[in-house]
Design a protein around this ligand. Sequence first.
Ligand SMILES: [Cu+2]
Length: 148
Amino acid sequence: MPKRLWVLPILAILAIGVVAAACGDDNGGSTATRTPAASPTATPAATATPAAGATQINVVAAGMAFNTKSIEVTAGQPFTITVENQDTVPHNLNIYTQQGGTSIAVTDPQLIPAGGTGTLTTTIAQPGTYYFQCDVHPTQMNGTLTAK
Ligand SMILES: [Cu+2]
């Protein structure tokens, strides 16, 4: 008989526990609803960031070298060069009118840290042969950029 008296408080505690859990679920549900709502908002913004119609060129800097010695672009059309620095030292990519000439455009950031990525977006109006290099290692990392 005394055991039955203990059952009522236990049921009451369980009931409170269920109510508390239900409230917790409601709060969780609200949070879950907000999260997906934020994601679709962020996605169109990210999609809008790349310049419309810009040609995308990917360059890797690894082992104190670019993975290409020649880059070809279309004169008068915007292009974006993304440089992935896989080395443990900083690099960049700077486009010049010619070797030792005037800089036309350089990556942002100007020094891409180890493991980092830099981008350069520009348009070269005049068809011709240009020069690119890493300003940190100009004799090891350079090449020709042709605008056709
Ligand atoms: Cu370099």
